[in-house]
Ligand binder design. Structure first.
Ligand code: ADP
Ligand code: MG
Length: 400
């Protein structure tokens, strides 16, 4: 689960991490009031969307100008002006895709006097089973380019979970960031705070870019991107509350309500399958015959008719879906339950695209009979190969 910058900063602050003062707002008038609470003389108006690259992003609307999604304001009036322009506008960054994301919230932050911009991130390294930090002196808005062109400027510091942060990690970080004296000590302290925050809230990823050295010689986190391990969210109800569903894929949210394992993909064939292994095989064979899956969907072992109906509706609601393949191996799952779920969904929302159904296993004859008797325009298939070819052919024919 991803959260906004202002939320990430609040989480980090609770672990003692140095961040700037700021106020999240959803209206331009609030932005003005927020700016008055901050000392000035510099303010920063920051778009809050679940995507990075905001500073170099561009708004689609002309009113928001082409100055990007993070703007420095020199007066309270300017804060208000920028807020009016940015709120409700659509920001396109390298991470949003061409459709961009609507900015519904801003973070009004105290402006910092920046002397240096550094980079520091942490992630769970699956090969070493440890938390690894990545540090670089080349922080700021071009870190992707640094990673690409001069990877030797990124330094990795891996932390053994049995020992946690040791003094040598702090020294390694100070060296990687080229910090001396008090700043080196601050870096070591920050590393400990970030590690504690990371582990105790079950973060998956933490990125501070930039971590700055201020003109007065302090370290401060000026940007924060955090994501949490969904499988551990049950342990952190306070963090689960930070979820902003408007930033997430609506289909995935709907699917999670029904406990369906659903992921949106960018192909044309909607898949309804039981079991992750069969779902992967189904996606593979669709690719083999020249089309791509529009989603991964595992309805699970003991799905009810309601769950199947919900799953089918999620698939049909996706405008990218040009054909549907239902591929069920009835073990614990019964083929008649699948058939009833599909029919209930079609009765509710109709069926605009070709539907290929391949059923096998428990109650298969009953399942097939239910579909035959329903009068639905279903293309039946006998095995997976046959099913994949039929749905690909139907989609290709519809495309013309
Ligand atoms: P993004 O990474 O999405 O572009 P950042 O929060 O990193 O957004 O902001 C982009 C740039 O804006 C930073 O690299 C920094 O130079 C500047 N900036 C961000 N916040 C502040 C602040 N509080 N004071 C001064 N400059 C800031
Ligand atoms: Mg940044």
């Amino acid at each position: 689960m991803n959260i906004h910058e202002y939320q990430a900063k609040a989480v980090l602050k609770s672990f003692g991490v140095p961040v700037s003062k700021g106020v999240p707002v959803v209206k331009a008038e609030e932005a003005e009031a927020a700016a008055r609470q901050l000392p000035g003389p510099l303010w920063v108006v920051k778009s809050q969307i679940h995507a990075g690259g905001r500073g170099k992003g561009k708004f689609k609307e002309a009113k928001a100008g082409d100055k990007g999604g993070v703007r420095l304001a020199k007066s309270v009036d300017e804060v208000k002006e920028f807020a009016e322009q940015m709120l409700g506008s659509t920001l396109v960054t390298i991470q949003t895709g061409p459709a961009g994301k609507q900015v519904n919230r801003l973070y009004i932050e105290d402006g910092s006097d920046i002397s240096r911009e550094l980079y520091l991130s942490a992630l769970v390294d699956r090969t070493t089973s440890r938390v690894s930090f990545v540090a670089s002196t080349e922080g700021g808005m071009d870190i992707e380019e640094v990673a690409h062109k001069t990877p030797e400027k990124l330094h990795t510091i891996s932390v053994d979970p049995a020992t946690g942060i040791m003094p040598h990690h702090g020294r390694a970080l100070a060296e990687a960031l080229d910090l001396q004296g008090d700043l080196a000590k601050s870096a070591a302290k920050l590393l400990g705070q970030l590690f504690t925050a990371f582990v105790s809230t079950d973060m998956e990823m933490l990125e501070i870019n930039p971590l700055i050295v201020t003109k007065s010689g302090e370290l401060r986190c000026l940007d924060a991107k955090v994501s949490f391990d969904n499988n551990a969210l049950f342990r952190h109800p306070d963090i689960a509350e930070l979820r902003d569903e408007t930033e997430e894929d609506a289909k995935e949210i709907e699917a999670s309500k029904y406990d369906l394992n659903y992921i949106t993909l960018d192909g044309t064939i909607g898949c309804m399958v039981n079991g992750a292994g069969l779902a992967m095989a189904t996606m593979d064979i669709i690719k083999l015959y020249g089309e791509a899956p529009a989603n991964f969907l595992d309805v699970g072992g003991g799905a009810t008719k309601e769950k199947v109906t919900a799953a089918f509706k999620i698939i049909t609601a996706d405008p990218n879906v040009k054909g549907i393949l239902v591929n069920i191996f009835g073990g614990i799952m019964r083929c008649d339950v699948i058939a009833e779920g599909v029919i209930a969904a079609v009765k509710d929302v109709g069926l605009q695209v070709p539907l290929v159904v391949r059923l096998e296993g428990t109650n298969v004859e009953l399942g097939k009979k239910i579909i035959r008797d329903s009068g639905l325009n279903v293309i039946p298939a006998d095995d997976l190969d046959d099913a994949a070819q039929k749905v690909v052919a139907a989609v290709k024919a519809a495309k013309g």
